[in-house]
Design a protein around this ligand. Structure first.
Ligand code: NDP
Length: 487
C-alpha cells in the first residue's frame, strides 16, 4: 500500500521514482519507518511546473460541465477507496482510523461541492459609464497553482486547494508535508483513476524549505495556496521573487467564551471536542476558554470528567479511539513546554499532564488530554498556539473583559461562544476580531461558507464560493457600441 508510493513523484500524469535523496517517513504511534519520500530535485520541480503550464490552456478551455464531471468522478473514486486511504493517513499522521476515514469522505464531499460550483461561475454585466458603452466582468483561472500543505489534515488541506483550483480551471503542483506525503500521493492515484488529463495535477515531495520554497520562487507558478504556520507564511509572502497571488491559511490561538446563560453541558462537550480532537493539532482548536466566574468551578469539574473519558490508542489497532498519537515529537515537545510554563506561573493542573501508561504507548508520541485552570495571559498556553492537547481556562467578570482577553492576540482565525442570551450572542459575535465565530457549536469551518483568518492568521479564504474566487483573475471587457440609429 505505502510501499507502492514510496519514493514516487506524480508529474505530467506519470509516476516516476524521484531522483533525489530519500527521507524516511515514520508511523507516529510506533516510531517505525513506513516508507520514504524523495526530495524532489530542481529539475523535477521544473518538470512539474512545466507539465502544469502545458496542461493549463486545455483544462481552462474545457466546458465547465466537463471539469465538473471530472471532479465528480474524483469524489466518487476517493469515497470508494476511503478505507485504504484512511489507513495510509492513520499510519503517517496518527489519528484514529475512523477519524481518518471521516476526513477522506470530507475530501470526497469537497470534490462534489466544487464540481457543482464549477458550472456556476457567473460573471457580471456592469452598466456603462456612458450610454454607448457597457462592461463585462469575466472570471478567468489564474493559471498554475503551487499548493503547500501541513500534516495535521493531510487530505482536506490538499483537497480544498485541489478542488477549487480544478473547478476554476487552474492546474496545480502539490507539495505535501514531509510527515504526511502518502495521503497526497494516494489522492494523485485517484486523479489518475478519475481520468483527469495529464499535467492538471502534479505531486512533488521533499523539504518545505527547498521544494516548497522553489515553488514560491518559481516564475512559472502564478499563485501560491499555503496552509501552515504564520512564520513560514510570512517567509513565503516576503520571499516570492515574482509577483504572485497568494492565499495563506496560517496559525491560530482560538478563544472560547462561556457566559452565565450558556448550556453548561453543551459548552463542556464543545470545549473538549474542539480542544482535543486530532490531539489539538488543529488550527481552529480551542486553546483557551474564558468562563463567567459564577459558573467557573462547575465548568472545570465537568471538563475534567469529559476529558478523562476520552480514549487514546494506536489509530490502526483502535479505530474508534477518540485520540491517536501526535504527528511527531515536535508538537508533543511544544505541548510539554507550554504546560511547564503554565504550571511554573501558577496554573492549576485539572487533569492530564503526562503520557498515558502502558506498552501500547511506549514508542509513539502520546499525551493525555490536559487542562490547566486559573490561567493568565502571561502564560504561553493563553497567548501562543500550542497545537497540542492542552487547554487553558480562566474566569472572567464581565463580557468586555472576556472580549479584551479573547482579542488580545496577533491571531484571528476562529473563536467560539456558548451563550443562550441573544443580546450576548450578538454583542460577542460582532466584537470578536476573528474570521470565524461559532456560536453554540464548535464547527467553525463548513464546506459551504468562507473559512479564513485575519491578522497573522492569514489572507484569503477556503471553502464556499469565496474559496473559489481565490483562483480567478477578474477581467474587465469594456465594449463600445455605435448608435444603431446613426448607421
Ligand atoms: P509549517 O509552516 O512548518 O509547514 C507547512 C508546509 O510548508 C509544509 O509542507 C512544509 O514543508 C512547508 N514549508 C516549510 N518551510 C517552507 C518554506 N520556506 N517555503 C515553502 N514551504 C515551506 O507548518 P506545519 O506543517 O508545522 O503545520 C502546523 C501549522 O499549520 C500550525 O501553525 C497551524 O495553525 C497551521 N494550520 C493552519 C490552518 C488554517 O487553515 N489556517 C489549518 C491547519 C494548520 P515540510 O513538511 O518539509 O516542513
Amino acid at each position: 500500500m505505502i510501499s507502492e508510493l514510496s519514493g514516487k513523484l506524480f508529474i505530467g500524469g506519470r509516476w516516476t521514482a524521484g531522483a533525489g535523496a530519500r527521507i524516511a517517513v515514520k508511523n507516529p504511534a510506533t516510531d517505525e519507518v513506513i516508507g520514504e519520500i524523495a526530495a524532489s530535485t530542481a529539475d523535477e520541480i521544473n518538470q512539474a511546473v512545466a507539465a502544469a503550464r502545458q496542461a493549463f490552456r486545455g483544462w481552462a478551455d474545457l466546458p465547465a460541465k466537463a471539469r465538473s464531471a471530472a471532479l465528480h468522478r474524483l469524489g466518487d473514486a476517493i469515497a470508494a477507496d476511503a478505507d485504504r486511504m484512511a489507513r495510509i493517513m492513520t499510519m503517517e499522521q496518527g489519528k484514529p482510523l475512523n477519524e481518518a476515514r471521516g476526513e477522506i469522505l470530507k475530501l470526497a464531499e469537497a470534490c462534489h461541492f466544487y464540481a457543482e460550483e464549477a458550472v456556476r461561475v457567473h460573471g457580471e454585466i456592469v452598466p456603462g459609464d456612458t450610454t454607448d458603452h457597457h462592461s463585462l466582468v469575466l472570471r478567468e483561472p489564474i493559471g498554475v497553482v503551487g499548493a503547500i500543505t501541513p500534516w495535521n489534515y493531510p487530505a482536506e488541506l490538499v483537497g480544498w486547494k485541489l478542488c477549487a483550483s480544478l473547478a476554476a480551471g487552474c492546474t496545480i503542483v502539490i507539495k505535501p508535508a514531509d510527515l504526511t506525503p502518502f495521503t497526497a500521493l494516494a489522492i494523485a492515484e485517484k486523479v489518475e483513476e478519475a481520468k483527469i488529463p495529464a499535467g492538471v495535477v502534479n505531486v512533488v515531495t521533499g523539504p518545505g524549505s527547498v521544494v516548497g520554497q522553489a515553488l514560491v520562487e518559481h516564475p512559472g507558478v502564478d499563485k501560491i495556496a499555503f496552509t501552515g504556520s504564520s512564520a513560514v507564511g510570512l517567509r513565503i509572502q516576503q520571499s516570492a521573487t515574482t509577483v504572485k497571488r497568494m492565499s495563506l491559511e496560517l496559525g491560530g490561538n482560538c478563544p472560547m467564551i462561556v457566559t452565565e446563560t450558556a448550556d453548561l453541558d453543551a459548552a463542556v462537550k464543545g470545549a473538549v471536542r474542539r480542544s482535543f480532537r486530532n490531539m489539538g493539532q488543529i488550527c481552529i482548536a480551542i486553546n483557551r476558554v474564558y468562563v463567567a466566574r459564577p459558573i467557573y468551578e462547575a465548568f472545570l469539574a465537568k471538563v475534567k470528567v469529559a476529558a478523562e473519558k476520552l480514549t487514546i490508542g494506536n489509530g490502526i489497532d483502535r479505530p474508534d479511539a477518540d485520540l491517536g498519537a501526535m504527528a511527531s515529537a515536535d508538537p508533543l515537545a511544544k505541548t510539554k513546554e507550554h504546560l511547564a510554563d503554565a504550571l511554573a506561573k501558577g496554573a492549576r493542573l485539572v487533569t492530564g499532564g503526562a503520557a498515558p501508561e502502558g506498552e501500547e504507548f511506549a514508542h509513539g508520541h502520546f499525551f493525555r488530554p490536559t487542562v490547566v485552570a486559573d490561567c493568565t495571559h502571561a502564560m504561553k498556553v493563553m497567548s501562543e498556539e500550542t497545537f497540542g492537547p492542552l487547554l487553558g481556562i480562566a474566569p472572567y467578570d464581565g463580557l468586555d473583559e472576556a472580549i479584551a482577553h479573547a482579542n488580545d492576540t496577533p491571531y484571528g482565525l476562529a473563536s467560539y461562544v456558548y451563550a443562550k442570551d441573544m443580546d450576548e450572542v450578538r454583542y460577542l459575535s460582532t466584537r470578536l476580531d476573528y474570521g470565524n465565530v461559532a456560536v453554540n457549536n464548535v464547527d467553525a469551518g463548513v464546506m459551504n461558507a468562507p473559512y479564513g483568518g485575519r491578522k497573522q492568521s492569514g489572507v484569503g479564504y477556503e471553502h464556499g464560493r469565496e474559496g473559489m474566487l481565490e483562483y480567478f483573475n477578474f477581467k474587465h471587457v469594456r465594449i463600445r457600441h455605435d448608435d444603431p440609429k446613426g448607421r
